[in-house]
Design a binder for this molecule. Sequence first.
Ligand SMILES: *Cc1c(COP(=O)(O)O)cnc(C)c1O
Length: 461
Amino acid sequence: MPIRYYSTNRYLNNVAGIVPFTASVSFKEALLMGQAPDEGLFVPDSIPHLSISDILKLRDKPYWQTAMLVAQAFLSDEFSAEILEAVVKGAYNFPVPLEAVYPRAFVMRLDQGPTASFKDFAARMMARLMSHCRAKGERLNILVATSGDTGSAVGEAFKGVAGIDVTILYPTAEVSLMQKKQLDTIGGNVQALCVEGKFDDCQNLVKVAFSDPKLAKFNLSSANSINFGRILPQIVYYVYAYAELAGAGEEVIFSVPSGNFGDALGCEYARRMGLPVAKLVMPTNENDEFPVFLATGKYNKVSPSRACISNAMNVGHPSNLARFFELYGGTVDRVGSVHRYPDIEEMRRHIYSVTVSDKQTRETIESVYNRYHVILEQHGAVGWAGLEAYFKTIPDKNLAICLETAHPAKFPEEIKQLLGITPELPQSLKDIDRRKGSAINITNDYDAFKDYLQKKLKIKE
Ligand SMILES: *Cc1c(COP(=O)(O)O)cnc(C)c1O
């Protein structure tokens, strides 16, 4: 039976403002729609199983082979093996280092892609899958609003992908110079628009465009973080790390610094696919709604969200919490209202969460460097601090793997101040100052934006 995808809001009858979407869609439809029409998130109706022997056979094999195993398990009804192989080989042409901190405790560096953040893993596979979901001869036009790193990961991921053009909107005053440079210079089929306004203005422009009937002919699609097509690739590296490091059947602890919970959700699915995960550790920064929920059983989002140095994790109500609740029998909507609580005892059995303050984050960057000569940046340091907190609660330490989600050289001031060193930029970012290209400046006026799209976007290949 092919896997079908349902909305997490499908049971919400009689809830003001929500018309539940009760139908199911294919993966390709979920990929192009992004979100369900009732603003719920798409979830698979079943989770395929991987055998331990198939997983262990991947040891010492290139990363794309693990991606192929996971992709085939979910997608073989909708994509041929030839297409999937081209997708994963094209997406994963960079290393995935597993660095020992001390025996049986590792950091998995997901920072070797083109924008040096783990978001490259998801965006690159999703972009290539989307290219195979177009109607014959037609173009897809992706619109993304971004306040920073997601935009460049998505833009770089689509660069050169056949049949797709990408328009990225970012707010003038809310991106760093480095981010602006990254966004402006992608080039080719990716155009940046620098919007005079805030991130909310960018989001609004995109939102109105999606529902504008005059623009329907352009096959507009989003590439936002709640797309199931971005979750699927995030299952792969857990399986990869296991195959590389674990003995047959051995249980492993993963620690995943968490903001919108998409990364950690990949681990949750990996466990449900059969990966022996002893515990999923999900540390957050001071946006502590989830650790508080696990401790008390009551969910209250943090609003407004708190500004911490691990800024990619400044999320007061993680969007993928809806999928976590669903997996444990609960329902929570987009604004954070809980309609049915999940089985919290079951959640506590599998998940450990803790809040990590900025002070602890900085201390962790220092102590890990001083004791082990391993450089972490602030997101990975939240992950490591969470792992250490979890170790204090258990008698024996399993094999443990902490995810480092960005490259330390992306945060030179912080690292210089704490460690007195300047980490070397990864290859992919070294030439950034010499890149050419510029954004088009626009105001936050919708009619002007629409005019631009109508002149610029193409319908046919
Ligand atoms: C997005 C991001 C995170 C958080 O990942 P989620 O999937 O949103 O939990 C952590 N670290 C970095 C560097 C990120 O860019």
